[in-house]
Design a binder for this molecule. Structure first.
Ligand code: ADP
Ligand code: ZN
Ligand code: ZN
Length: 760
């Protein structure tokens, strides 16, 4: 073999690739994982290019030490995605590439174990003959196992375990009888098993009718039209699936997927959900619909998976054995060699945007990926993001509409505004936050035996604890923020740094013992409701009582079982959940977002209120949403009362156009954190000065550096510099020259770039 060099991406924040000499006795290929030495450390890198020459002096050039031969190289399209994301978001190749890999693969010492041979089980001829007759009806676990064998013949040890926890004993017995055989196969082979057993053996011409056999409801005409459109796409078509809450978007996804697998049995599909919380529910539905698949055919990818499982799932996707990959934003970087359809559920969710480190938008990258591969992508939402809606208005995206609720006679709840200025005047203003009208409606709802939900996006008991004599307020010692009173935990907590302290008994400034909580959090509302609606069973769900794994589901199942009358919670309960008995939703304290200095606050509020309203009336019982506000005339609430997303979006887009805001301009932020605010601002000013020296930077507007809203967190001071341009290309071109020069500037702990920032 001739002598050659490879250019390797390493997890290091400079955009360079690093040259190494290739002396291993196998052909080097782009996309291979290799082990190299970098600055006296062993590390794993990704081969981006194979070249014949190098500029690195020979005495400085090191050899590639090892290559991960068991793992097939990442394909060209994925390498292009990595390189696009790196250049668009101003990161190095390596940082993006390594982020895309599961941790176990990034550690060469773990490769041998990862790719060791695995046990698989095969059904024998005599097993096929004998097993159906000898299994007693009550041996349900063993029957499940047998059924799986009849379907697929081969099962991995992970498969058998997931089918039946005591499978080992049964299989030992069957092996003795000669009904199953054990054999060893490579880890890769065992992951490939997913593809050898396509779900639908016989092709069907009438897709929809074959899918409706037994499972799931019959599609209504709007759903049917949407599925047909998705199924008809043979190239890049970005669909906006705009469907009101409860309109059955999930059913459209499921049929779209099934239609794809009938047409193209070895295809892969990527399904993205905004939050880990929503994944288990979705996964259960997928497994039920595609129940004849082996377990590796439908996998999840998100950050709360255990290392081993994440690696296994990632590899199953990479090998092609996994057909549906369900994941959170990180899944957009998964290796999917046969990707044929992408679905982004709740595409408007800000969780698709990574907020620290590599600040990528998984939704935007998903669209890029679909375009690169020439495949359809479905962006589903009841309130599409204004960026997406703007594309739809421009006809860059195709809109599919689900205008009504899918279940029988279910209709959207009526929205009613409670005028808090009047409530106050007539003396109905109880405990400062709950209006008598709302309390009365909660009581009526309880009387009817129905459930209600009270939504307040603020956890804890009260956001402020203050001295009634001198006005002293308790602050976090590390952050420029108030400490939040948590009565149940008997602590003061900082929601920014996580710091805690005891609840003070006296005012440190004047010695007064009368310290008063100001404002309301979920705990205080829970307490107030228990007093105001004494017979109701009140449950609170927020980040404070759901820290343990699985605890959300336990609490939610109480709601689903009907053991709860009033559910109080934050955004955690506002979206995605299908509460069948909820007929009343109360919204507290939403006014704050109407006058925020963040230009996206209105958009977020509208979508949040549509989502939380969507939890009510999902089964056809008359239902209502009550919004407490001091601004009953506000146009946002007027649109909401009419469920007029289109009207809201048109008005908001017109405003954005007048104010020169996204999507009509493109933005990027440089953030800096430093020992003092001065240092952070000095760094940003220096960075801004460099911009003047860049040719073509006139097309980019730069604003003055400003402190962040909460300037200090954990003793670190933060500030930012905003860049803006009407030309995405000009902004990109300028940053490409600008960002590498920032490495020479000093005086800050950290700086980072965010392209297309969501929070400004
Ligand atoms: P969305 O995601 O649009 O809010 P879901 O997908 O959660 O709505 O669907 C809401 C409910 O409607 C679910 O319980 C689902 O089973 C049901 N559903 C969906 N499609 C149909 C249909 N064609 N007929 C009857 N019920 C349906
Ligand atoms: Zn005081
Ligand atoms: Zn703090």
């Amino acid at each position: 073999m001739s002598f050659c060099y490879v250019r390797v991406a390493l997890d290091y924040p400079r955009s360079a690739l690093y040259d190494y000499c290739w002396a291993l006795p196998l052909q080097p290929l782009p996309g291979m994982l290799v082990q190299v030495q970098f600055r006296c450390r062993q590390t794993v890198g990704l081969v981006i290019e194979v070249v014949d020459t190098t500029n690195v002096p020979l005495n400085k050039l090191r050899d590639v030490q090892n290559a991960c031969i068991n793992c097939p190289p990442l394909n060209k399209e994925l390498l292009q995605l990595i390189s696009f994301a790196a250049s668009y978001y101003q990161y190095s190749h390596g940082e993006v590439a390594l982020l895309a890999l599961p941790r176990a693969l990034r550690d060469a010492a773990r490769w041998p174990k990862l790719f060791a041979q695995k046990i698989i089980y095969r059904l024998t001829e005599s097993g096929r003959d004998k097993l159906p007759d000898i299994l007693p009806a009550r041996a349900t676990g063993a029957r499940r196992l047998a059924k799986a064998f009849f379907r697929t013949e081969l099962l991995s040890s992970a498969d058998v375990r997931s089918l039946y926890s005591k499978a080992a004993v049964v299989l030992e017995h069957w092996k003795d009888r000669g009904w199953v055989q054990m054999q060893l196969c490579s880890a890769i082979e065992s992951l490939k098993m997913g593809i050898t057993h396509p779900i639908y053996e016989q092709q069907s011409t009438n897709i929809i009718s074959s899918l409706n056999q037994g499972k799931g409801p019959n599609l209504n005409d709007e759903q049917y039209a949407a599925v047909e459109a998705i199924d008809a796409a043979r190239s890049f078509i970005p669909y906006v699936l705009y469907g009101v809450t409860g309109s059955g978007k999930t059913e459209v996804y499921l049929h779209g997927l099934a239609a794809l697998f009938i047409r193209q049995p070895d295809a892969q599909a990527l399904v993205m959900v905004p939050e880990i919380n929503l994944a288990p529910q979705f996964e259960a539905v997928l497994r039920e619909r595609f129940s004849s698949w082996p377990s590796t055919a439908c996998v999840t990818l998100h950050s709360s998976l255990a290392d081993g499982e994440r690696t296994r799932n990632w590899l199953a996707a990479h090998i092609g054995g996994a057909r549906i990959i369900l994941g959170t934003r990180m899944a957009v970087f998964a290796s999917l060699p046969r990707l044929a359809l992408i679905i982004v559920d709740e595409e408007h969710e800000s969780a698709y945007k990574q907020q620290e480190g590599l600040c990528y938008s998984a939704r935007d990258l998903a669209v890029w990926r679909a375009k690169q591969l020439g495949i359809p992508i479905v962006l589903g939402s009841a309130t599409p993001s204004l960026e997406t809606w703007w594309h739809a208005c421009q006809r860059c995206h195709t809109t599919l509409v689900l205008s009504r609720r899918a279940v029988g006679d279910a209709v959207l709840p009526r929205v009613r505004l409670i005028d808090m200025t009047i409530e106050k005047q007539v003396g109905h203003y109880r405990s400062g936050e709950l209006s008598l009208s709302l309390v009365q409606s909660l009581r009526d709802c309880l009387e009817r035996g129905e459930q209600s939900l009270v939504f307040l996006n603020r956890r804890g008991y009260a956001p402020v604890l203050t001295c009634s004599a001198c006005g002293w307020v308790i602050n976090c010692s590390r952050c420029s923020a108030y400490l939040v009173l948590h009565k149940i935990e008997q602590r003061m907590r900082c929601h920014h740094c996580g710091g805690e302290s005891r609840i003070p008994q006296t005012c440190p400034a004047c010695g007064n013992v009368d310290l008063a909580p100001l404002g309301f959090g979920t705990q205080r509302i829970e307490e107030a409701l228990s007093a105001l609606v004494p017979n109701a069973r009140v449950l609170r769900i927020d980040a404070d009582n759901t820290k343990r794994k699985g605890s959300v589901n336990t609490l939610l199942s109480e709601v689903h079982a009907g053991d709860i009358d009033i559910l109080v919670g934050t955004q955690m309960i506002a979206k995605g959940h299908n509460f069948k008995r909820v007929t009343l939703v109360g919204v507290l304290n939403s006014d704050a977002a109407l006058f925020s200095h963040d230009f996206r606050a209105g958009e977020r509020l509208f979508s949040q209120l549509i989502q939380v309203s969507g939890r009510a009336g999902r089964t056809g019982v008359r239902s209502e949403v009550l919004i407490q506000t001091k601004y009953v005339q506000h146009p946002l609430y007027a649109s909401l009362e009419r469920y007029d997303y289109v009207g809201f979006a048109d008005a908001a887009l017109a405003e954005r156009r007048d104010a020169h805001l996204p999507p009509f301009v493109f933005q990027a932020l440089l953030r800096a954190s430093a020992h003092s605010l001065d240092n952070a601002l000095r760094f940003l000013n220096a960075a801004s000065a460099i911009l003047y020296t860049i040719p073509g930077a006139e097309c980019v507007t730069r604003y003055d550096p400003v402190p962040l809203n909460i300037v200090k967190v954990m003793h670190v001071h933060r500030a930012q510099l905003l860049l803006e341009s009407t030309s995405r290309i000009a902004l990109q071109r300028t940053m490409r020259i600008w960002v590498p020069q920032l490495h020479i500037l000093k005086g800050v702990y950290r700086w980072s770039i965010e392209v297309d920032p969501l929070n400004i």
